[in-house]
Ligand binder design. Structure first.
Ligand code: FAD
Ligand code: MLT
Ligand code: ZN
Length: 470
């Protein structure tokens, strides 16, 4: 009998310590890049239980892997293959603790599914703007731990900007309650910002106080065909000028990315992808009226067509059509997965340098790999592209990854570095990029990151081997 497992059962209840049966939901990552083996999956129901679990694991010298919805892209939420790690699943901690309408905040537990957070905000008459294709299964704890971005960043910022405070169980099993919901607090180092984006390597996020916004009077969506990346960037500038704070979404999609959606989900009608190298999805959220939004949108698109940066465009007539357009965009990762294992990037460069980055990197990849298929799409409004690479037509995806992943990553990441960008704009480092970080991160910054990790988790038991190696 394992004494740690006995202790964990006493803390959370035997039914919430899972050691047998099919554990693939917790042991296998979403992209099916790696399959680990857990000592146990432990599902605490309260912050106090999380704290007790952490203390028990620390005393036993057992490492923990915090996990939310397990939708992460960089193999950060699943255990290694040793069979010695505890997966700490937060999904039972899914209470909405409260909405403070006067403070425009809501406090939620870490295991709340993002969509449930959005719905609760809407029920209270507010908008919680974080939005991404995995919102039906990712958790707010995972969103904060990865500082997730998504499709509304151009207006509202990423998860960090949407969070006013955290409750955290640290690597000693102590609870830090930082949920006051203050918009200003200059009493020293910002621990909230330290834990956001730390990918479970410094402690466990158990709850968060989030910012709420007024619901817009109308939200309109448009789909535009654009002849090139250059013109997409020019359209972005025009959209900023014409729509101001109303511009809440600006996503660019290459025709090959869209053709994968058309191929794998033929029931979806994908506009313009056969005649245009790129399409852009724009969203205009208006606090006046739908008519106002429509007039603004039409003026923008007409000017863009006159100036040649848009060749065709459609504005959704109603919410159903708008959802259909967004659904096409959000289905790209799923269509890519259907097409087979692929090499993913979530790079960012200054928006102004995106066209040159794409030209240079497209050329380098095409020279290196004849027939390479580039799945270029993403959050152009934030300078963040999913510059993904699929095996050549008819190729064997696992063999392609084996032979090419390192070389392709080097080509793309070196090009990002030359453009003054980041090798991870939203998915994080996890296991997949932990060995790449030292090449691309400023050495002084990396040294400080290691020092923080050592200071806060001296026994290296919080998600070891992810983000930084100590
Ligand atoms: P998990 O995958 O469970 O965990 C992710 C990381 O956070 C791990 O390192 C884990 O240890 C840590 N973690 C989880 N919960 C906690 C906690 N409570 N405390 C401490 N650490 C914790 N990401 C984007 O940024 N933008 C996108 O547009 C986007 N689109 C996506 C689309 C699809 C179809 C999919 C599958 C994923 C997408 N992602 C996107 C990636 C992913 O980062 C997000 O889905 C999400 O933020 C992860 O949340 P999760 O609850 O699933 O976290
Ligand atoms: C998205 O924006 O859809 C995801 O972050 C991208 C991906 O799957 O690469
Ligand atoms: Zn993304």
């Amino acid at each position: 009998m394992n004494p740690l497992l006995e202790r964990l059962r006493a803390i959370v209840g035997a039914q919430h310590v899972i050691t047998e049966g099919d554990l693939s939901a917790w042991e296998q990552d979403w992209r099916k890049r790696m399959r680990g083996k857990a000592l146990a999956v432990v599902r605490p129901g309260s912050t106090q239980e999380v704290a007790a679990v952490v203390r028990a694991c620390v005393e036993a010298g057992t490492s923990l892997v915090p996990q939310g919805g397990n939708t992460g892209m960089v193999v950060g939420a699943t255990p290694d293959e040793s069979g010695t790690q505890v997966v700490l699943s937060l999904t039972r901690m899914n209470a909405i603790r409260g909405v403070d309408a006067g403070n425009l905040t809501m406090t939620v537990e870490a295991g709340c599914v993002l969509q449930a957070v959005q719905d609760a905000a809407e029920k209270a008459g507010f908008l919680f703007p974080l939005s991404l294709a995995a919102e039906g299964s990712c958790t707010i704890g995972g969103n904060l731990a990865t500082n997730a971005g998504g499709t509304q960043v151009v207006r509202y910022g990423n998860a960090r900007e949407l969070c006013l405070g955290l409750e955290v169980v640290n690597a000693q099993g102590d609870v830090w309650n930082g949920l006051a919901g203050l918009r200003k607090d200059n009493t020293g180092y910002d621990l909230r910002d330290l834990f956001i984006g730390s990918e479970g390597t410094l402690g466990v996020i158990t709850a968060a106080t989030l910012k709420l916004y007024p619901l817009p009077a109308a939200t309109l969506t448009a789909w535009a065909a654009v002849p090139s990346v250059e013109e997409a960037v020019r359209l972005l500038g025009m959209a900023h000028r014409e729509l101001g704070a109303g511009l809440t979404g600006f996503e660019m999609m290459g025709s090959f990315a869209l053709s994968l959606v058309a191929k794998h989900f033929p029931q979806m009608r994908v506009p313009f992808h056969e005649q245009s190298p790129f399409c852009v999805l724009l969203e205009n959220s208006d606090h006046e009226s739908e008519l106002h939004a429509r007039v603004q949108f039409e003026r923008l698109l007409e000017t863009a067509m006159e100036e040649g940066c848009v060749t065709d465009a459609v504005v959704a007539e109603n919410l159903t059509q708008a959802h259909q357009l967004w659904h096409i965009r959000e289905s790209i990762p799923l269509a890519q997965a259907e097409e087979g294992l692929n090499i993913k990037h979530d790079i960012s460069v200054p928006v102004s340098r995106i066209p040159a980055f794409c030209r240079e990197t497209d050329d380098l990849l095409r020279q290196a790999i004849p027939g390479v298929r580039l799945v270029n799409f993403g959050h152009l409004g934030d300078g963040n592209l999913h510059y993904n690479v699929q095996a050549p037509e008819g190729g064997d995806p696992p063999a392609f990854l084996r032979d090419w992943e390192e070389k392709v990553n080097a080509i793309v990441h070196d090009s990002v570095q030359r453009s003054g960008g980041s090798i991870s704009a939203e998915h994080g480092i996890g296991s997949l990029k932990v060995d790449k970080l030292p090449k691309y991160k400023d050495p002084a910054a990396l040294a400080m990151m290691r020092a923080i990790k050592k200071a806060l988790d001296p026994k290296n038991l919080m998600n070891p081997g992810r983000v930084v190696r100590t």
